[in-house]
Design a protein. Structure first.
Length: 95
């Protein structure tokens, strides 16, 4: 989850895949935000945990976003967790 001045954003992953990809997403989100000059706390978690966690933004894949319907957080869909240009573009659209 990302916290920017008390805001939060998280990267999610399907618990069946482990937390490796959400950790990669978290690290890339942190790097992108740092480059944008945005100070934030970023957490990574599985979908089950994310669905019950307060956040302002959740960054995830299109497939996993469906599991988060109804969450109060704004869902940010990223297709390639390794593509920092895509991550930056998606973050610029919502921040």
């Amino acid at each position: 989850m990302l916290r920017q001045s008390n805001n939060s954003l998280g990267g999610t992953n399907n618990e069946n895949l482990g937390q490796g990809t959400s950790l990669i997403l978290r690290m890339n989100v942190e790097n992108v935000l740092s480059g944008m000059g945005v100070s934030a706390d970023v957490e990574h978690t599985d979908v089950s945990t994310a669905s019950g966690t307060a956040a302002d933004y959740i960054i995830t894949s299109n497939e996993l976003a469906q599991s988060l319907q109804g969450h109060a957080a704004q869902i940010v869909i990223v297709n390639n967790y390794f593509d920092t240009n895509e991550i930056k573009q998606k973050l610029e659209e919502v921040l």
